[in-house]
Design a protein around this ligand. Structure first.
Ligand code: DGL
Length: 267
């Protein structure tokens, strides 16, 4: 089982930020990545829709022998994590991207935390609920920033358009006085630098990629699942082929990637 890949999924390129961090922390591990580009964005879908997409993707990853499944998407973590845990109880270890960030923030003394994310993640109130339970003394404020995912997926990243959109969102009154900002969407680390710049690098910008990768390493270690065979084979699947996905994946993984289109809903 140790040689089997780590299953990772997201609606599109966002989860690649997490996959990339996993490969840095666990270079000996293989990954199998599924980007549900046919249903992107998840952020404006209903909870029911996201649950059913997530369930089918998890089945697909298990059919491809994933040894653990990482939900590298906040919208799916907020809407489907508990549901998937019940559905796949005793079948696979599931890891989300929200709990590790909440646990990390427990170790920090921050009195006002901001969260930005998709409409689905923010309206679920998951971050507020979990942070309020974990650190009752902290005030949590949140803001949906729905244009950021389509903007990133369309390749508007380091230009005037993206800077204007990011600035407009982050200057919202709600976020004033925050000491830390959680990037509650795995797409956002791609624009982390621009975000930090808007706060003059005075706000701690927290993204889940590295934090979650350390948790994955600990879980694999604890369960004797680390791959020590020296054989690594990464695979990438999308539900709809987009040249942009391939471009970003190649950027993250420096070179050719093994990308397949797999319409798992019609099979
Ligand atoms: N990257 C995802 C997230 O973390 C999904 C964004 C979307 O598809 O709307 O929420």
């Amino acid at each position: 089982m140790n040689r089997q890949p780590i299953g990772i999924f997201d609606s599109g390129v966002g989860g690649l930020t997490v996959a990339h961090a996993i490969k840095q922390i666990l270079p000996g591990e293989s990954i199998i990545y599924f980007g549900d580009t046919a249903h992107l964005p998840y952020g404006d879908k209903s909870e029911e829709a996201i649950r059913s997409y997530s369930k089918r993707i998890t089945e697909f990853l298990l059919e491809h022998k994933a040894k653990v499944v990482l939900i590298a998407c906040n919208s799916a973590s907020a809407s489907a994590f508990e549901y998937l845990k019940k559905e796949f109880e005793n079948k696979v270890i599931l890891i989300d991207v929200i709990d590790p960030v909440v646990d990390y923030l427990k170790t920090r003394k921050i009195s006002r935390i901001g969260v930005i994310g998709t409409k689905r993640t923010i309206s679920s109130g998951t971050y507020e609920k979990k942070l309020n339970e974990a650190i009752p003394s902290t005030t949590v404020v949140s803001l949906a920033t729905p244009l950021l995912v389509p903007m990133i997926e369309e390749g508007f990243i380091f230009d005037d358009i993206s800077n204007a959109i990011i600035r407009s969102y982050l200057s919202n009154e709600t976020l004033s006085g925050i000491q830390a900002l959680i990037l509650g969407c795995t797409h956002y680390p791609i624009i982390k630098n621009q975000i930090s710049k808007i706060f003059n690098f005075n706000v701690e910008v927290v993204d889940s990629a590295r934090i979650v990768s350390i948790i994955v390493r600990d879980i694999l270690d604890k369960n004797n699942l680390l791959n020590d065979s020296g054989i690594v084979n990464d695979q990438f699947f999308v539900s709809d082929y987009t040249p942009y996905f391939e471009k970003i994946a190649k950027m993250f993984f420096e070179g050719e990637i093994n990308l397949h289109k797999s319409d798992i809903w019609s099979s």
